[in-house]
Design a protein around this ligand. Sequence first.
Ligand SMILES: CC(C)(COP(=O)(O)OP(=O)(O)OC[C@H]1O[C@@H](n2cnc3c(N)ncnc32)[C@H](O)[C@@H]1OP(=O)(O)O)[C@@H](O)C(=O)NCCC(=O)NCCS
Length: 338
Amino acid sequence: MAILHAPASAPVGVPPGSTKTAAILGIASYLPDEIITNAHLEAMVETSDAWILERTGIRERRKIASGMTTSMMAAEAGRRAMAAAGVDSVDALIVATVSPDSPLPSTACLVQRRLGLAGIPAFDIAAACAGFVYGVAIGRGLIVSSGMSRVLVIAGDALTSLIDYKDRSTCVLFGDGAGAAVLGVSDDGGIEGIQWGADGGEADLIYYGPKAGEEDSENGLRMYGKGTFRLGVERMAESARAVCAEAGWSLNDVTLLVPHQANLRIIEAVAKRLDLPLDRVVINIDRYGNTSGASIPIALAEAVETGRMRQGDKVVCIAFGSGVVWGGIALRWIAPTG
Ligand SMILES: CC(C)(COP(=O)(O)OP(=O)(O)OC[C@H]1O[C@@H](n2cnc3c(N)ncnc32)[C@H](O)[C@@H]1OP(=O)(O)O)[C@@H](O)C(=O)NCCC(=O)NCCS
């Protein structure tokens, strides 16, 4: 019988009888050096450090150097993740980005060339701020059902190149960066729950184009802030509950929540809904702003580097973004930590 449609947010299945699962074997990030502070933005649009800090929690964000591209950031994050995992080859390369170097070739192929990984399949996915979760969902699927043993998943965006710096409601929010993970086969736990979904009916909430009602205005990243805020909180909290249920964890078991870094108030609202104290939530939005799909792997890499995440920890990652898209991962951390 033909399958007409899949249920919304269906979990990725591990084939019946298989003992294999996928885990993150190495994680890393790349952040450009240039820092854009709130004071810099005060000089560009009518805003203030106090407004930005109070409404978003952001103090500064990074900006890609002139001449640098998404594939360069992504390749560096990928190289570091492979070093962290102690591997020099992978079976597939996925790059999640909405700011590709150019429409073609794919950013993944450009990263592949930089990393000397010719021959393996390499492709982009466009899932905005949920790009890393989508990439991990696909990577896990490749490992558990197609016999691959290692997949490099990179999320990278240069959103500052899409911003209209005359639009104060969006230009204060976003920054550039990339994060990467090597997924590999594990017999001892790893990715224990995944949930992902999308609703194109809400496509107008966050988009790239002219300002609504001002079709002659220049293109830029546009957003209906309040609607995004409400739906983001709802979907991310639901995703956390769904992946915990799939993993057989209670929310109480969760050592660390790693939410997409969209807005400090969104993160606080999600934590409140889940009844999780903020000392169990990874927050770095103050230093990097919203780095799109890269925000989760950047936060994971930082949690490993700073010793905040330990082997055996039960980690839940959740994301929401343009599309709208959302998703979550329940992850038992098995890679070595400092
Ligand atoms: C964008 C966001 C910070 C705005 O905060 P808010 O409390 O909803 O603020 P509002 O949009 O209601 O704007 C309130 C006022 O501040 C003004 N304002 C907007 N941006 C401003 C800025 N950078 N500086 C100063 N004032 C600003 C607005 O023009 C508005 O003024 P008005 O009342 O005179 O019309 C918030 O809605 C948000 O974070 N939304 C979700 C963002 C997100 O998650 N995006 C990515 C998803 S992946």
